[in-house]
Design a protein around this ligand. Structure first.
Ligand SMILES: *Cc1c(COP(=O)(O)O)cnc(C)c1O
Length: 237
Protein backbone atom coordinates (compact mmCIF):
# COMPACT_ATOMS: atom_id res chain seq x y z
CA UNK A 1 0.00 0.00 0.00
CA UNK A 2 1.27 3.37 -0.91
CA UNK A 3 1.46 6.05 1.72
CA UNK A 4 1.44 8.76 -0.94
CA UNK A 5 -1.53 11.09 -0.57
CA UNK A 6 -1.82 11.42 -4.32
CA UNK A 7 -3.66 8.08 -4.48
CA UNK A 8 -6.52 9.43 -2.40
CA UNK A 9 -9.32 10.53 -4.77
CA UNK A 10 -10.45 13.31 -2.42
CA UNK A 11 -6.90 14.59 -2.24
CA UNK A 12 -6.54 14.50 -6.01
CA UNK A 13 -9.81 16.39 -6.45
CA UNK A 14 -8.75 18.97 -3.86
CA UNK A 15 -5.43 19.49 -5.64
CA UNK A 16 -7.20 19.88 -8.97
CA UNK A 17 -9.51 22.54 -7.54
CA UNK A 18 -6.61 24.38 -5.87
CA UNK A 19 -4.86 24.30 -9.25
CA UNK A 20 -7.96 25.66 -10.99
CA UNK A 21 -8.11 28.60 -8.56
CA UNK A 22 -4.45 29.43 -9.14
CA UNK A 23 -4.85 29.16 -12.93
CA UNK A 24 -7.98 31.33 -13.09
CA UNK A 25 -6.40 33.95 -10.82
CA UNK A 26 -3.32 34.01 -13.05
CA UNK A 27 -5.52 34.50 -16.12
CA UNK A 28 -7.43 37.28 -14.34
CA UNK A 29 -4.18 39.04 -13.47
CA UNK A 30 -2.98 38.68 -17.06
CA UNK A 31 -6.20 40.13 -18.46
CA UNK A 32 -6.08 43.02 -16.00
CA UNK A 33 -2.47 43.89 -16.85
CA UNK A 34 -3.18 43.62 -20.57
CA UNK A 35 -5.94 46.19 -20.04
CA UNK A 36 -3.58 48.48 -18.13
CA UNK A 37 -5.24 47.73 -14.81
CA UNK A 38 -3.88 46.56 -11.46
CA UNK A 39 -4.27 42.82 -10.96
CA UNK A 40 -5.90 43.44 -7.58
CA UNK A 41 -8.62 45.62 -9.11
CA UNK A 42 -10.59 42.46 -10.00
CA UNK A 43 -11.92 39.98 -7.46
CA UNK A 44 -12.97 36.39 -8.04
CA UNK A 45 -16.45 35.41 -6.86
CA UNK A 46 -16.37 31.60 -6.81
CA UNK A 47 -19.92 30.54 -7.73
CA UNK A 48 -20.50 27.42 -5.66
CA UNK A 49 -24.18 26.82 -6.50
CA UNK A 50 -25.04 23.13 -6.80
CA UNK A 51 -21.45 22.06 -6.25
CA UNK A 52 -20.80 19.09 -3.94
CA UNK A 53 -19.61 20.09 -0.46
CA UNK A 54 -16.19 18.48 -0.85
CA UNK A 55 -15.37 20.79 -3.78
CA UNK A 56 -16.31 23.82 -1.72
CA UNK A 57 -14.24 22.46 1.16
CA UNK A 58 -11.30 22.22 -1.25
CA UNK A 59 -11.72 25.87 -2.22
CA UNK A 60 -11.79 26.88 1.45
CA UNK A 61 -8.71 24.77 2.12
CA UNK A 62 -6.97 26.55 -0.77
CA UNK A 63 -7.66 29.82 1.07
CA UNK A 64 -10.54 31.19 -1.00
CA UNK A 65 -13.13 33.19 0.94
CA UNK A 66 -15.34 34.98 -1.61
CA UNK A 67 -18.27 32.92 -2.88
CA UNK A 68 -21.46 33.43 -4.86
CA UNK A 69 -24.75 31.55 -4.72
CA UNK A 70 -27.88 31.96 -6.82
CA UNK A 71 -30.55 30.53 -4.50
CA UNK A 72 -31.20 31.76 -0.99
CA UNK A 73 -32.36 28.46 0.54
CA UNK A 74 -29.50 26.48 -0.96
CA UNK A 75 -27.02 29.10 0.23
CA UNK A 76 -28.41 29.01 3.77
CA UNK A 77 -28.10 25.24 3.85
CA UNK A 78 -24.50 25.34 2.71
CA UNK A 79 -23.08 28.43 4.38
CA UNK A 80 -25.16 28.69 7.54
CA UNK A 81 -23.11 25.86 9.02
CA UNK A 82 -19.73 26.86 7.54
CA UNK A 83 -19.80 30.50 8.50
CA UNK A 84 -19.05 30.08 12.23
CA UNK A 85 -15.77 28.33 11.31
CA UNK A 86 -14.93 30.92 8.63
CA UNK A 87 -15.79 34.37 9.96
CA UNK A 88 -13.82 35.96 7.10
CA UNK A 89 -16.18 34.65 4.42
CA UNK A 90 -17.81 37.06 1.97
CA UNK A 91 -21.01 35.82 0.33
CA UNK A 92 -22.67 37.30 -2.75
CA UNK A 93 -26.19 36.57 -3.95
CA UNK A 94 -26.01 36.41 -7.76
CA UNK A 95 -29.46 34.93 -8.49
CA UNK A 96 -32.91 36.52 -8.55
CA UNK A 97 -34.41 37.46 -5.18
CA UNK A 98 -38.11 37.12 -4.33
CA UNK A 99 -39.42 39.49 -1.68
CA UNK A 100 -40.47 36.58 0.55
CA UNK A 101 -36.77 35.58 0.81
CA UNK A 102 -35.53 39.06 1.72
CA UNK A 103 -35.26 38.28 5.43
CA UNK A 104 -32.97 35.28 4.89
CA UNK A 105 -31.01 37.06 2.18
CA UNK A 106 -30.22 40.11 4.32
CA UNK A 107 -29.25 37.84 7.21
CA UNK A 108 -26.82 35.76 5.12
CA UNK A 109 -25.34 37.78 2.28
CA UNK A 110 -22.72 40.52 2.36
CA UNK A 111 -23.52 41.67 -1.16
CA UNK A 112 -26.81 41.26 -3.02
CA UNK A 113 -26.05 41.69 -6.73
CA UNK A 114 -29.55 41.38 -8.11
CA UNK A 115 -31.67 44.36 -7.05
CA UNK A 116 -33.87 45.06 -10.08
CA UNK A 117 -37.21 46.57 -9.05
CA UNK A 118 -38.74 49.09 -6.65
CA UNK A 119 -40.72 46.53 -4.65
CA UNK A 120 -37.55 44.59 -3.88
CA UNK A 121 -35.57 47.72 -3.05
CA UNK A 122 -38.29 48.77 -0.59
CA UNK A 123 -38.43 45.33 1.03
CA UNK A 124 -34.64 45.31 1.45
CA UNK A 125 -34.70 48.76 2.99
CA UNK A 126 -37.39 47.72 5.47
CA UNK A 127 -35.43 44.60 6.44
CA UNK A 128 -32.22 46.60 6.94
CA UNK A 129 -34.10 49.02 9.20
CA UNK A 130 -35.59 46.12 11.15
CA UNK A 131 -32.30 44.27 11.71
CA UNK A 132 -29.61 46.93 11.44
CA UNK A 133 -27.72 44.70 8.99
CA UNK A 134 -26.42 46.62 5.96
CA UNK A 135 -25.20 44.52 3.05
CA UNK A 136 -23.98 46.20 -0.11
CA UNK A 137 -26.04 46.08 -3.28
CA UNK A 138 -25.60 45.96 -7.01
CA UNK A 139 -28.34 46.57 -9.52
CA UNK A 140 -28.82 43.86 -12.13
CA UNK A 141 -29.30 45.32 -15.60
CA UNK A 142 -31.03 43.31 -18.32
CA UNK A 143 -28.63 44.55 -21.00
CA UNK A 144 -30.15 42.31 -23.67
CA UNK A 145 -33.69 43.40 -22.74
CA UNK A 146 -34.75 39.75 -22.69
CA UNK A 147 -38.37 39.44 -21.54
CA UNK A 148 -37.79 36.32 -19.41
CA UNK A 149 -34.63 37.59 -17.72
CA UNK A 150 -34.29 39.38 -14.39
CA UNK A 151 -32.78 42.85 -14.28
CA UNK A 152 -33.93 46.40 -14.87
CA UNK A 153 -33.99 47.58 -18.49
CA UNK A 154 -31.16 50.01 -19.25
CA UNK A 155 -33.59 52.91 -19.65
CA UNK A 156 -35.13 52.17 -16.23
CA UNK A 157 -31.83 52.24 -14.39
CA UNK A 158 -31.83 55.97 -13.67
CA UNK A 159 -35.23 55.87 -11.94
CA UNK A 160 -34.35 52.82 -9.86
CA UNK A 161 -31.05 54.38 -8.77
CA UNK A 162 -32.80 57.60 -7.85
CA UNK A 163 -35.28 55.66 -5.72
CA UNK A 164 -32.48 53.72 -3.98
CA UNK A 165 -30.36 56.79 -3.35
CA UNK A 166 -32.84 59.57 -2.62
CA UNK A 167 -35.78 57.87 -1.01
CA UNK A 168 -34.52 54.58 0.40
CA UNK A 169 -30.87 55.08 1.38
CA UNK A 170 -30.04 51.68 -0.13
CA UNK A 171 -26.25 51.44 -0.56
CA UNK A 172 -25.83 50.67 -4.29
CA UNK A 173 -22.16 50.09 -5.20
CA UNK A 174 -22.41 49.02 -8.81
CA UNK A 175 -24.05 47.06 -11.62
CA UNK A 176 -24.28 43.43 -12.64
CA UNK A 177 -25.32 41.74 -15.89
CA UNK A 178 -25.72 38.32 -17.49
CA UNK A 179 -25.44 38.67 -21.29
CA UNK A 180 -27.90 36.78 -23.49
CA UNK A 181 -26.81 33.27 -24.46
CA UNK A 182 -25.51 33.15 -28.01
CA UNK A 183 -24.60 36.83 -28.32
CA UNK A 184 -21.07 38.20 -28.14
CA UNK A 185 -20.80 39.27 -24.49
CA UNK A 186 -18.42 42.16 -25.19
CA UNK A 187 -21.22 44.49 -26.33
CA UNK A 188 -23.10 43.87 -23.08
CA UNK A 189 -20.01 44.35 -20.96
CA UNK A 190 -19.28 47.61 -22.77
CA UNK A 191 -22.86 48.82 -22.21
CA UNK A 192 -22.78 47.94 -18.50
CA UNK A 193 -19.46 49.70 -18.11
CA UNK A 194 -20.78 52.80 -19.84
CA UNK A 195 -23.90 52.85 -17.65
CA UNK A 196 -21.82 52.50 -14.48
CA UNK A 197 -19.61 55.36 -15.62
CA UNK A 198 -22.61 57.59 -16.28
CA UNK A 199 -24.03 56.80 -12.86
CA UNK A 200 -20.73 57.14 -10.99
CA UNK A 201 -20.78 53.54 -9.74
CA UNK A 202 -17.50 51.75 -9.01
CA UNK A 203 -18.34 48.04 -9.04
CA UNK A 204 -18.99 46.03 -12.21
CA UNK A 205 -19.96 42.37 -11.79
CA UNK A 206 -19.66 40.71 -15.18
CA UNK A 207 -17.97 37.73 -16.76
CA UNK A 208 -18.31 33.99 -16.07
CA UNK A 209 -16.21 30.90 -16.88
CA UNK A 210 -16.34 31.43 -20.64
CA UNK A 211 -15.84 35.17 -20.87
CA UNK A 212 -14.26 36.60 -17.70
CA UNK A 213 -11.16 37.81 -19.53
CA UNK A 214 -13.34 39.78 -21.97
CA UNK A 215 -15.23 41.23 -19.02
CA UNK A 216 -11.98 42.32 -17.36
CA UNK A 217 -10.95 44.09 -20.55
CA UNK A 218 -14.22 46.03 -20.27
CA UNK A 219 -13.70 47.00 -16.64
CA UNK A 220 -15.13 44.15 -14.52
CA UNK A 221 -14.23 44.48 -10.83
CA UNK A 222 -16.00 41.23 -9.92
CA UNK A 223 -16.03 38.12 -12.08
CA UNK A 224 -18.40 35.27 -11.21
CA UNK A 225 -16.81 31.94 -12.07
CA UNK A 226 -18.24 28.50 -11.29
CA UNK A 227 -17.53 25.65 -13.67
CA UNK A 228 -13.96 26.64 -14.52
CA UNK A 229 -13.07 26.48 -10.80
CA UNK A 230 -15.11 23.58 -9.47
CA UNK A 231 -15.89 21.50 -12.56
CA UNK A 232 -19.28 20.78 -14.11
CA UNK A 233 -22.29 21.14 -11.83
CA UNK A 234 -24.24 17.95 -11.20
CA UNK A 235 -27.79 18.31 -12.58
CA UNK A 236 -30.38 19.85 -10.28
CA UNK A 237 -32.68 17.26 -8.76
C1 LIG B 1 -24.00 30.02 -12.38
C2 LIG B 1 -23.70 31.44 -12.47
C3 LIG B 1 -22.40 31.88 -12.74
C4 LIG B 1 -21.22 30.96 -13.00
O1 LIG B 1 -21.35 30.34 -14.24
P1 LIG B 1 -20.17 29.43 -14.85
O2 LIG B 1 -20.46 29.40 -16.29
O3 LIG B 1 -20.29 28.09 -14.20
O4 LIG B 1 -18.88 30.08 -14.53
C5 LIG B 1 -22.19 33.25 -12.80
N1 LIG B 1 -23.18 34.14 -12.59
C6 LIG B 1 -24.44 33.74 -12.31
C7 LIG B 1 -25.48 34.77 -12.09
C8 LIG B 1 -24.75 32.39 -12.25
O5 LIG B 1 -26.01 32.02 -11.98
Amino acid sequence: MSTSQSNDPDQIAAQRIAGNFAAIQARMAGAARAAGRDADSVRLVAVSKMQPPERVAAALAAGHRLFGENRVQEALGRWGGLRPDHPDLTLHLVGPLQTNKVRDAVALFDVIETVDRPKLARALTAEMARTGRRPDFLIQVNTGEEPQKAGVAPDGLGDLLALCGDELDLPVRGLMCIPPIGEPPALHFALLSELAGQCGLAELSMGMSEDFETAIRHGATLVRVGTALFGERPPRR
